[in-house]
Write a new protein. Structure first.
Length: 433
C-alpha cells in the first residue's frame, strides 16, 4: 500500500522536471510512432494502470496469506514471515536505480520486457518453492522485475505527452491505480477461500503474462533511436554523490525512507495485528482497504492545496501532526498494556495515514527540487535510496512485534520525531544559503 502511493508523487515530479524534454521527444518521434501515439485512450490507460499496479498487487494480495505461507514452509517465528513483504522491496530498491537510465539507452520496450521476464521468473520460483529461503529469493526477484514497469510507465507517458495533456493522463492512471490497495487484500482473501496461497502467485503470474503480451502486441516504442542516450554507471554514481552532497536532497531522501520504513513496518505486521491480535478474521481486507482510502484521500487533497500552501509547509505540518499524534497514542497504548481498544487503533491509523498521504505527496518532490538538471537520474537515485533505507527499518519493527501494537506505534513516534528534527535542520540551513 505504502509504495503504491509514492508513485503518484513521482509522476508529478517528473512531469515538472521533464516537461520541456518530453515535448522535444514527442515532436521528434518518427511518423510511424507519432501516428500510433496511443492505441486508444481507454485501452492505453487501463494497460498503463495495470503495469504500474504490479507492485501493489504483489504486496497487498499476499497479506492474508502470510500465516498459510509460514505454516507450509516451516517458518518457526511468525515475525519471520514478514520477510515475504520486505524482500520484495529490497529487490525493488535495486531495480529502481537502473531501469530508467537503461530505458533511455535501449528504448522503453526491451527494458520493460527484461523487467517483466525477471518478475515472471521470480513469481514462478515462488509458486513452486519448497523452502522459505527459495520463497524469499523469488520475492527479491519479483521486486527487481516489478521495478521495470513502475519506472517505464512514467517514461512512456513522458515521451508522448507534455503539459496539461500529460497531467490529465497521469491523473487518470493514478485514479485507477490508487484503488488497487483498497481491493487487493480482498482479492487475495477470495483466492484463499477457494485455493491455497500458491494460487495467489499463479494469478499474479497469469496477470503478468497477459499484460506483457498485451503490451508487446499493442504498445509501440516511444523513444526514437535518435534521442537515446548511452548508459553510464558514472552518471548514476555522480547523481548519487550530488544527492548526498546537497543538504535538502539528502535530508528529504532520508525522511522519505523513514516514513516509508514506518509504513512498511505496518504492512508487514498488519495481518498479525488485525487477524491475530484483534481477531478480525475475514474483515481484515475491508479494514486494510479503508485505511488505504485514508492515504489516497490525502494524496488527492494534497494535489489541490499544494500550490497555495507549498510543499515544505504541508510536509512539515503533516510530520508535526504525525509525531504529536503518535506520541499521545503511544502513551494511551502503554496504559492499555499494548492493546488498546480496536476503535482507538482505527482512529489513530486513519488520522496517521492521512498525514502520511501528505508526506508521500511531497517528500520526494522536495528532495528533487534542487536536482532538476539531472531529474531523471536523480529520481531513480532518490527512489532507490529511500526504498533501500526503508527495508531495514521495517525489518526491525517487524522483528519487535510482540502481540501488542507498541513496536508499530513506537516506530511511528521515533521515526516521525527524528524526521521532524531533520526537516527543521534542513530547512533552517537551506534558508541560510
Amino acid at each position: 500500500m505504502g509504495f503504491s502511493f509514492i508513485v503518484a508523487t513521482d509522476s508529478v515530479v517528473l512531469h515538472k522536471a521533464h516537461m520541456k524534454f518530453s515535448h522535444e521527444r514527442t515532436m521528434n518521434l518518427p511518423d510511424s510512432q507519432s501516428s500510433r501515439r496511443w492505441m486508444g485512450s481507454g485501452e492505453s490507460l487501463l494497460l498503463m494502470a495495470l503495469l504500474i499496479s504490479i507492485v501493489a498487487l504483489s504486496v497487498d494480495t499476499m497479506l492474508p496469506a502470510l500465516p498459510e505461507i509460514g505454516a507450509e514452509l516451516g517458518v518457526r517465528s511468525a515475525n519471520d514471515v514478514q520477510l515475504v513483504i520486505s524482500m520484495l522491496f529490497l529487490g525493488l530498491s535495486v531495480g529502481l536505480l537502473f531501469y530508467g537510465p537503461l530505458s533511455d539507452s535501449l528504448g522503453r520496450k526491451p527494458v520493460l520486457f527484461a523487467g517483466m521476464a525477471i518478475y515472471v521468473f521470480g513469481t514462478t520460483l515462488s509458486i513452486f518453492c519448497t523452502g522459505f529461503s527459495i520463497m524469499l529469493t523469488g520475492r527479491v526477484l519479483q521486486g527487481l522485475g516489478a521495478a521495470g514497469p513502475r519506472s517505464i510507465v512514467l517514461a512512456l507517458v513522458r515521451d508522448q505527452y507534455e503539459g496539461r495533456a500529460m497531467a490529465r493522463i497521469m491523473s487518470t492512471i493514478m485514479s485507477i491505480f490508487i484503488m488497487v490497495p483498497v481491493f487487493a487484500p480482498s482479492i487475495g482473501q477470495a483466492i484463499l477461500l477457494v485455493s491455497g496461497w500458491r494460487a495467489i502467485f499463479a494469478v499474479l503470474l497469469a496477470l503478468a503474462l497477459i499484460v506483457l503480451f498485451w503490451f508487446c502486441l499493442r504498445q509501440p516504442e516511444t523513444l526514437s533511436p535518435l534521442h537515446r542516450l548511452p548508459f553510464s554507471l558514472t552518471k548514476i554514481v555522480l547523481a548519487l554523490v550530488e544527492v548526498c552532497r546537497h543538504r535538502i536532497a539528502l535530508a528529504y531522501t532520508i525522511v522519505a525512507g523513514f516514513v516509508m520504513g514506518a509504513f512498511l513496518g505496518y504492512l508487514g505486521s498488519a495481518q498479525q495485528i488485525f487477524q491475530g491480535l484483534y481477531g478480525q478474521g475475514l474483515f481484515f481486507p475491508i479494514i486494510f482497504g479503508v485505511l488505504a482510502l485514508s492515504v489516497g484521500t490525502a494524496l488527492l487533497f494534497n494535489s489541490r492545496i499544494v500550490m497555495s500552501l507549498g510543499m515544505r509547509k504541508l510536509a512539515f505540518r503533516a510530520m508535526a501532526a504525525l509525531a504529536a499524534l503518535s506520541s499521545v497514542y503511544f502513551v494511551v497504548v502503554c496504559l492499555f498494556n499494548g492493546r488498546s481498544p480496536f476503535w482507538m487503533l482505527m482512529v489513530f491509523l486513519l488520522v496517521a495515514f492521512f498525514c502520511v498521504g501528505f508526506l508521500f505527496g511531497n517528500l520526494n518532490a522536495i528532495a528533487m527540487t534542487p536536482l532538476g538538471h539531472i531529474a531523471g537520474t536523480a529520481s531513480a537515485v532518490i527512489g532507490s535510496l529511500s526504498t533501500f533505507l526503508s527495508v531495514p527499518i521495517a525489518l526491525v519493527i517487524g522483528r519487535l512485534y510482540n502481540d501488542t501494537t507498541l513496536p508499530l506505534v513506537g516506530g511511528f513516534v521515533l521515526l516521525s520525531s527524528i524526521s521532524l528534527f531533520i526537516m527543521r535542520w534542513a530547512n533552517r540551513m537551506g534558508n541560510q544559503q
